[in-house]
Write a protein that binds this ligand. Structure first.
Ligand code: SF4
Ligand code: SF4
Ligand code: SF4
Length: 331
């Protein structure tokens, strides 16, 4: 991936372009690698000391300061998207847990089953996942799980928004070599930003497996009576199908009790194929993907209106226009 000057910035740029603009989605990528200057307070990013750096990881890793899905696809998968709504993929199937022991641990959660299988085959040595039963804006907590018992620990909701990228920082600092992550699309955009960063190398190549949960609306822990809510930042989110994951998963498109799996990378397809061969899961080809495409398209269309509202004028070479006018300009 080529280096972009537009990708460079510091904490002041992050504040101006993301946090004060209300598009932060609380992923934790900025805090994860700068705990000396940044923390979370009441669920929001807070600077704890004056920083005079000209450029920093906080800005470069943030998926809301910089997101280049096409370039990331090319780098991760070797090709750009095959479908405008779903991104790049090799195969889409519907899956169910087959192994009785895994089913007793994971219930019907195929993502957990794949993590358990990967751990048992030593393809991963840890998994950064969300686990908690407590309320409050900082909940649930992320967990760097290293055992099957930790991966299957009970949770109110396993795949929700929250600052779980801090778990990636912890896993790297504690010397984990083969880290998995399971989460929502915006968190995965953050991981890919970290991995493809031209200016900062923090060991994120040790994240070897990324599984994404479909996310239509966003689901965050909140206070004031309701257990979960949406963040303002979700209104400008284009990604339903976790387009940059190795494997994306969700119920849409599958019959009850089955899970749709979108295999994108070689590593993702390899893991699913091996899990099938070993009898951990069973899969069937999914011929009708129209429901997934429709849901992803609806989210993009609805949220692009919101993106247009907050976006600056667009500059392509010397041409400057409102983002919403781009379609009028193209022949
Ligand atoms: S030290 Fe770097 S990463 Fe930390 S706040 Fe300053 S610019 Fe951001
Ligand atoms: S979106 Fe993530 S990286 Fe960006 S400011 Fe918010 S918490 Fe930090
Ligand atoms: S809609 Fe989902 S993927 Fe998008 S920002 Fe919100 S939680 Fe993240």
């Amino acid at each position: 991936m080529s280096s972009h000057t537009s990708r460079k910035g510091n904490i002041n740029d992050l504040n101006t372009e993301v946090i004060y603009k209300g598009i932060c989605i609380n992923c934790g990528a900025c805090v994860a690698f700068c705990p000396e200057y940044l923390t979370f307070e009441d669920g929001e990013v807070k600077q704890t000391a004056r920083c005079n750096e000209y450029v920093g990881e906080c800005y470069e890793f943030c998926p809301r300061s910089f997101c280049a899905p096409m370039e990331a696809e090319k780098q991760l998968f070797g090709e750009k998207r095959v479908d405008p709504a779903l991104g790049y993929y090799k195969e889409i199937v519907t899956a169910k847990i087959k192994d009785a022991k895994i089913a007793s641990q994971a219930g019907d959660d195929v993502i957990t089953a794949l993590l358990l299988f990967a751990l048992s085959k030593k393809k991963i040595d840890s998994a950064v996942i969300a686990r908690s039963a407590e309320k409050g804006p900082n909940m649930p907590k992320k967990l760097v799980a290293t055992t099957a018992k930790e991966i299957t620990a009970k949770a109110d909701s396993k795949y929700i928004g929250g600052p779980f990228i801090t778990g990636i920082g912890e896993a790297i600092r504690s010397g984990k070599e083969k880290i998995a992550f399971a989460g929502v699309p915006c968190q995965i955009q953050a991981i890919r930003n970290i991995q493809t960063s031209p200016n900062f190398k923090v060991g994120a190549d040790r994240v070897v497996l990324v599984i994404g949960q479909f996310c239509a609306m966003g689901k965050f822990p909140v206070e004031k009576g309701e257990k979960y809510g949406r963040r303002d930042g979700c209104k400008v989110c284009y990604d339903f199908a976790a387009e940059l994951a190795d494997i994306s998963a969700g119920s849409i498109g599958s019959e009850k009790g089955w899970t749709t799996l979108i295999m994108r990378s070689d590593a993702g397809k390899e893991l699913v194929d091996e899990a099938v061969k070993a009898g951990a899961i069973e899969i069937k080809k999914l011929d009708d993907v129209s429901k997934i495409i429709k849901t992803a398209t609806n989210k993009k269309q609805k949220n692009f209106e919101n993106i247009n509202e907050v976006a600056e004028m667009l500059k392509v070479l010397n041409f400057v226009m409102e983002p919403s006018d781009l379609k009028l300009f193209l022949v």
